[in-house]
Design a protein around this ligand. Structure first.
Ligand SMILES: *Cc1c(COP(=O)(O)O)cnc(C)c1O
Length: 374
C-alpha cells in the first residue's frame, strides 16, 4: 500500500468509485421516507433511459449481489415447465446454467471455447433441432476471459424463433451499447457495482412489459420474486423488505456522474482508452493478452502468466498491491492467466500508473521479460 492513497481496484466489481459516490453514503435513510422513495423512482427512470426502454420494459431492482438478480430473473421469467438453453463460453455462463438447473428448470448447455464468442448460427441450429426450448440465456460480456458476445445477433435469432431471451449484461451495461428499441429481450440483468461505478449491493432486471402478467406465480421463492417486487414497488414506491439504502443513494450519485460524463458513449470511450493504455503498456513488458483483439471487450483483459519460473500469482499480486494496484486472478480452466479490469472511476493516467506498478513488481520479483510460454 502506498502511503498517500488507497490501492486502486483493477477488478470487475467491486471497483474504484469516486469520492463523490462514497460521500453519498454518509447519511441514513428511512425506507418509507418520501425522499428515499423519490430516489428509488429517479434511479429506476435513469436506468430505463440508459437502455431506451421506457416504452417496452420495466426495471425491477433487487437487494443482493448481481447473481441474486440473475437467479431471480430466471425464476421469475421462465415458467416451471420451461426449457432453458444456456450459451456457455465461460465461468459466468456456467454459473447461470447451474442456477437455472437449481431453480428446477430444464437446462441444456451449449458449450463454446472460452477464447471464442458464442455463435448465433449454432444457436439457430439448436433451436431448430429442439423445439421444446422456450428460453435462451446469454452473457453479454463474459467476464471470465473478457469476451464480447454478439448480443444483437443472438437476440435476432431468438426473436425470429419466438424464444424468450435472458441477458446477463452485468459487466457491459452502461459501457457497451444496449438499445431496447433494437435488441429484443425478455429480461436483462445488471448491478450497481459495475460499469455505473456505484458500490456493490443491488442488482436490477429489465423485464419486457408484454411478458409481465405471465410472470406471476412462476417464482417459488418469496424474496427473489421480481413480479411481486415490481407490483409492490409500483403500488407503494417502496422496496419489499429492507432496501440497501446506502447502496441506492450511492448509485443515484454515480448515475448523476455518468450522465455528466456524457452517458454510455463517453463511458465506453474512457474504458476503451483504459484498455488500449493497459494492453499497449503491458505488451512492452512482454505480456500477451489471452484473447484475439476482435472479441476483446474493453472491460477486463486476461493476460497469459509469464513463463519465468519466478512468477507466482500470489507474490505478484502482493507486490502489485504494495505498489498501489489490486489485480485479479484468472478464471480459466486450461491456461495460467491473470486479469486486469479496465472499469471503475479511473482513466488512462491511472492505467499507465498501473502498468508502471506492474513493471516495478516484475523487477522486484526478478523477472526480465513477462513473455508467456508460447
Ligand atoms: C459480476 C458479474 C456477475 C455477478 O456477480 P456477483 O458476484 O454476484 O456480483 C454476473 N455475471 C457477470 C457476467 C458478471 O461480470
Amino acid at each position: 500500500m502506498t502511503a498517500h492513497r488507497e490501492a486502486i481496484l483493477l477488478t470487475p466489481g467491486p471497483l474504484t468509485t469516486s469520492l463523490r459516490t462514497k460521500l453519498a453514503m454518509l447519511k441514513d435513510w428511512g425506507s418509507w421516507d418520501s425522499d428515499f422513495i423519490a430516489i428509488t423512482a429517479r434511479v429506476r427512470q435513469s436506468l430505463l433511459s440508459i437502455v431506451h426502454g421506457h416504452d417496452s420494459h420495466v426495471v425491477v431492482p433487487l437487494q443482493g449481489s448481481g447473481t441474486f438478480s440473475v437467479e431471480a430473473a430466471v425464476a421469475t421469467v421462465v415458467p416451471p415447465g420451461g426449457h432453458v438453453l444456456v450459451l456457455d463460453n465461460g465461468a459466468y455462463c456456467k454459473r447461470a446454467a447451474k442456477l437455472t438447473h437449481l431453480m428446477g428448470r430444464r437446462t441444456t448447455v451449449v458449450p463454446f471455447a472460452e477464447d471464442a464468442a458464442i455463435s448465433p448460427e449454432v444457436l439457430q441450429s439448436h433451436l431448430l433441432a429442439d423445439t421444446s426450448i422456450t428460453h435462451v440465456v446469454m452473457i453479454h460480456c463474459e467476464t471470465g476471459a473478457g469476451v464480447l458476445n454478439p448480443l444483437q445477433a443472438v437476440a435476432d435469432v431468438c426473436q425470429a424463433h419466438g424464444k424468450g431471451l435472458i441477458v446477463d449484461a452485468m459487466s457491459s451495461f452502461a459501457a457497451l451499447e444496449i438499445d431496447a428499441r433494437k435488441v429484443h429481450f425478455d429480461a436483462l440483468i445488471a448491478a450497481s457495482g459495475k460499469c455505473l461505478e456505484g458500490v456493490p449491493g443491488m442488482g436490477f432486471v429489465f423485464i419486457r412489459k408484454a411478458i409481465l402478467p405471465q410472470c406471476e406465480g412462476n417464482n417459488s421463492s418469496l424474496a427473489m420474486d421480481l413480479h411481486d417486487q415490481y407490483i409492490y414497488m409500483e403500488k407503494t414506491g417502496q422496496w419489499r423488505f429492507t432496501p440497501p439504502t446506502h447502496v441506492l443513494v450511492a448509485l443515484n450519485e454515480a448515475i448523476a456522474q455518468f450522465e455528466e460524463e456524457g452517458g454510455q458513449t463517453a463511458r465506453l470511450k474512457r474504458y476503451q482508452s483504459n484498455c488500449r493504455t493497459l494492453v499497449g503498456g503491458m505488451a512492452e513488458l512482454g505480456f500477451k493478452p489471452f484473447l484475439d483483439p476482435a472479441i476483446q471487450a474493453p472491460i477486463i483483459v486476461t493476460f497469459h502468466a509469464p513463463a519465468d519460473p519466478r512468477y507466482q500469482f500470489k507474490t505478484f499480486y502482493d507486490i502489485a498491491k504494495k505498489n498501489g494496484f489490486i489485480l485479479y486472478p484468472g478464471k480459466l480452466t486450461q491456461v495460467e492467466t491473470f486479469r486486469v479490469g479496465c472499469i471503475g472511476a479511473i482513466g488512462p493516467v491511472e492505467m499507465a500508473q498501473a502498468v508502471h506498478a506492474v513493471a516495478l513488481t516484475l523487477k522486484e520479483v526478478g523477472i526480465a521479460s513477462a513473455s508467456p510460454a508460447l
